[in-house]
Design a protein around this ligand. Sequence first.
Ligand code: ZN
Length: 246
Amino acid sequence: MTAKRPLIAVLTGAGISTDSGIPDYRGPSGLWQRDPQAQELVTIGPYLADPDVRRRAWLLRRDAGALTAEPNAGHLALVELERSGLPVRVLTQNVDGLHQRAGLPARKVLELHGTAREVECVSCHDVGPMAGVLERVAAGEPDPACRGCGGVLKPRTVMFGEALDPAVLQQADAVARACDLFVAVGTSLQVYPVAALPQIARESGARLVVVNGEPTPFDEVADEVIREPISTALPALVRKLVAEHA
Ligand code: ZN
């Protein structure tokens, strides 16, 4: 008889993607906090109300190159963990799609803040790939509209001023309750409701491991805090977990 394999929940934030060249826009010293004009571009009210805000937002998306970013050693370590056969769920605050691009099956990833790889019409809710809309921007359309109804297009991300999808949040909550180990990687754990997830996991009896460059509010209650760079710390943690449990 083998021991029950632990369910591992991994919450990832901006810190796991900085080695892929994606800046931490939302973090305490990120662009969105420092520059009110930049914050408008990702805030739903101004974005819907002002075509000039949308024009600047599309130029930023065109220049940011998020669609061409490549996964790094941290993302690949989580793929290795999943392929070991251990039950894993990844809950991510990132919108870059790099977990799936690294090879994690989409059904194992919950995107708490949506995805920047797709766009959505705010009027008819039609969904399509971001890449196609960025091609229209490159071809000279400053504020591409929905081809079906003429409505405003936005990325399928949760912008400032928007609530998280309750269905996604409910699934994340269920994973936090059910898991045996909760690993928080590259997230400051300061923004609710996501910051409630490690708390829920702990109260349900899970071990808590924090991997982050900066201190978090959960460091004192965590079973383990790892302060090393994520692209070396996460592969080491995964090797240990696989050796112990797989
Ligand atoms: Zn539409």
